[in-house]
Design a protein around this ligand. Structure first.
Ligand SMILES: [Zn+2]
Length: 235
């Protein structure tokens, strides 16, 4: 039969592991719900696409204008060489128009080339971002697999510990359990301290002979002179 201090010490051991496991389970739940690398990779991809789209639209606009201008140029040239225009003033205007269209075509061809280079660069960035996202997703999947294995293991441990706790509670009086629970938050989850070589193992304070004697008798809970924890002698 364990003394009350010994029973409380056994309970504390269970509670410390339970607290640790529950904290880790909460962490795992957060990790499973969100993966930072995937989020960042997705953000980078979205950004790359946002940059590419207007560049593509601009390149297309230039291409369309170039085609229209080339068509106009051809029509005007056909007209010039058709021999149908005989009026010198009209002929001169037509030649000016053809010259002007030719300049416009040259400018548009240059602009089109520049726009195509920009589209190509931006497309490369999108492709790289897509690849990075895929890799991040694959990594996250593997990580999730490992996390789920750990989660499963911890959940089983918590179940076992809860059963052990139920059993441990049977050896503790309601009054002492109340004391223990009240002290837990105030004593960093360790309301019970081991007495070794006459000193409290948690605060290091040496105890009086009277206290040591009472701890050994194990008839009532004896508190440490220094930190006020319940003292237990573990053999
Ligand atoms: Zn102490």
């Amino acid at each position: 039969m364990l003394s009350q201090a010994e029973a409380l010490y056994a309970l504390q051991k269970i509670d410390i592991t339970l607290t640790k496991n529950r904290k880790r389970l909460a962490e795992i739940a957060t990790l499973l719900a969100s993966n930072e690398q995937v989020k960042q990779a997705q953000h980078a991809l979205d950004e790359a696409i946002t940059k590419l789209n207007p560049l593509r639209a601009k390149a297309k606009d230039i291409e369309l204008e170039l085609q229209t201008t080339q068509n106009k140029h051809k029509t005007s040239e056909d007209r010039l060489y058709s021999g149908l225009v005989k009026n010198p003033k009209e002929l001169q205007d037509l030649q000016h128009e053809i010259e002007s269209l030719k300049h416009r075509i040259e400018t548009l061809e240059e602009q089109s080339l520049e726009a195509m280079i920009l589209v190509e660069d931006a497309t490369n960035i999108v492709n790289e971002a897509e690849l990075a996202l895929k890799q991040a997703q694959q990594q996250a999947q593997q990580q999730n697999k490992d996390l789920m294995i750990e989660q499963n293991k911890l959940e089983k441990e918590v179940e076992t510990l809860n059963a052990q706790r139920e059993k441990a509670l049977q050896g503790i009086t309601p009054e002492n359990l109340k004391t223990y629970e009240a002290m837990r938050p105030k004593k960093a989850n360790q309301p019970v301290a081991v007495l070794r070589n006459g000193s409290c193992q948690l605060c290091g304070i040496e105890q009086t002979g009277f206290i040591i004697e009472n701890v050994r008798k194990g008839k009532e809970l004896v508190l440490c002179l220094g930190c006020g924890r319940i003292l237990v002698e573990v053999l």
